[in-house]
Structures are given as C-alpha cells and as structure tokens.
Design a protein around this ligand. Structure first.
Ligand code: COA
Length: 211
C-alpha cells in the first residue's frame, strides 16, 4: 500500500491524520458516501453526487467553515469527515462540529482518534474557545464518541435541527479549551486505598485508545 504524502497534513496521529479536502477528492468521497447512504440515513446528508460535492467544497472554502478529512496513515484512505462551521470570533471564539464516518471504516477507533486531532487543531492552531456538537438522543454511536472525547452535555433542544427533511430533537454537547487542557494533563495513579476514578472516564485527546 502506498504511504500517503503528509505534506498537507494538519495534524498527525498514530493511525490517522487530518487534511483539508480538495477537488481531487471528489470521486473517493462521493463513492464512499454513496456506499454509506443507509449508515448515514437520518443523521447526516453528505454529498452523493458531483453537484453536491461541488456545493460542499464551496462551503468548505468559506472563512467561517473548516472541513477536515480523517485519513488513514497506512494508505491515505478517507475514513471520515469533520466540519467545523459557523466559526465565530470576537467575544465567542466558538464553532459547531459535525462529523460522519464511512461505513466500512466505522467502529474501528478511527473517528475517536480523528476527534482528538480535530480538538487539538481547533484549540491549538485555530485558537477556538468552545466547540458544540448537536446529537440526536437516539444516536448512540455519536453520543459515545462525544462522551469519550471529553464533551459535556449542556442541554436538550426539541425540534432543534432539520435533518433529512424533519425537525429533530437534539442534545447539545460542548467542550471548552479548559476541559481539553485538563484532559491532556497526565493522570496521576490513584493513591493506594483511595481508589478514586477519573470524574469523566473519557479519553485523553492526545492519547487515543487506538495506541
Ligand atoms: C457517529 C460516528 C461518527 C461514530 O463513529 P464510530 O465508528 O463509532 O467511532 P470510532 O471510529 O472511533 O469507533 C469506535 C468504536 O470502535 C471500537 N474499536 C475497535 N477497534 C478499536 C481500536 N483499535 N481503537 C479504538 N477503538 C476501537 C471502539 O471500541 C468503539 O466501539 P464501541 O462504541 O462499541 O465501544 C459514526 O457512527 C457515524 O458516522 N454515524 C453516522 C453519521 C452520524 O451519526 N454522524 C453524527 C451526527 S451527530
């Protein structure tokens, strides 16, 4: 398998790296999204044809949007996509985060490591203060991902977002740069006899479980 060229990588982890999409990714992304249609149904509506891809790439180029592809280090395969949108500066320094995995690469820890790289990029390079992910209460895999990445449940909003033609309830999960920094601190071994556990039990963003 050819090793990917990392010169455009924004963050590099153990098994995956992040890069921005280009027009050359059209074929791969459209093909993967088509194969993943049933897997994405009801949660996300990524581009499944050339026109949709062109619209998406135009959106990715807007100043208040940052699209990030999660690519496998072993072969460069695009295993998932994260999008930071409505990036607001000023007093807010905040953004919304959307994401999806490709069906054939899901459930292998790539998105968890990808999320840790996205948070590192958003907080360290982009200097954001807060990231919010809105998740439907039934989306077990997505809730597991935000939980293990250190997001905190902030609230519930009925009929919050129109996804695939329907207004759907969402939980609002968020992470602040302060939370992220705290999670990155090396954990001390619990002192004997106290048996204290980590409050959140989530994953350190710089130390993905994938190892
Ligand atoms: C939400 C979504 C991105 C979550 O992705 P995911 O595939 O569960 O995330 P990961 O790639 O990190 O995989 C995690 C799973 O891999 C397992 N895993 C297997 N091998 C692993 C390894 N080597 N390292 C780490 N985890 C591994 C983990 O145990 C975990 O499984 P579990 O949840 O049963 O414990 C994905 O389900 C998806 O795209 N859904 C459709 C679109 C969607 O809902 N988007 C979000 C809208 S809010």
């Amino acid at each position: 398998m050819p090793k990917p060229d990392l010169k455009n990588a924004l963050e590099v982890g153990h098994r995956v790296f992040l890069r921005e999409p280009t027009a050359r990714d059209r074929q791969q992304i459209v093909a993967l999204n088509r194969v993943s249609r049933a897997f994405h149904r009801g949660w996300v509506t990524p581009p499944i044809d050339s026109e949709g891809f062109a619209r998406w790439i135009r959106r990715c180029r807007q100043a208040n949007v940052k699209c990030l592809l999660v690519c496998r280090l072993a072969d460069g395969a695009i295993v998932g996509v994260f999008t930071l949108s409505q990036i607001v500066r000023g007093m807010f320094h905040s953004a919304y985060l959307g994401y999806y995995a490709q069906r054939s690469y899901a459930g292998q820890g790539y998105m968890t490591e990808g999320m840790s790289l996205v948070l590192r990029h958003a907080f360290r390079s982009m200097k954001l203060h807060r990231i919010e992910a809105n998740v439907q209460p039934e989306n077990v895999a997505s809730i597991a991902l935000v939980k293990r990445s250190g997001f905190r449940l902030e609230g519930f909003s009925p009929r919050y977002l129109k996804v695939a033609g329907r207004w759907r309830d969402h939980q609002r999960w968020a992470i602040l740069i302060d939370d992220w920094r705290r999670l990155r601190r090396p954990r001390r071994a619990p002192s004997p006899g106290r048996g204290r556990q980590s409050r959140r039990g989530s994953l350190s963003p710089d130390r993905p479980r994938s190892g």
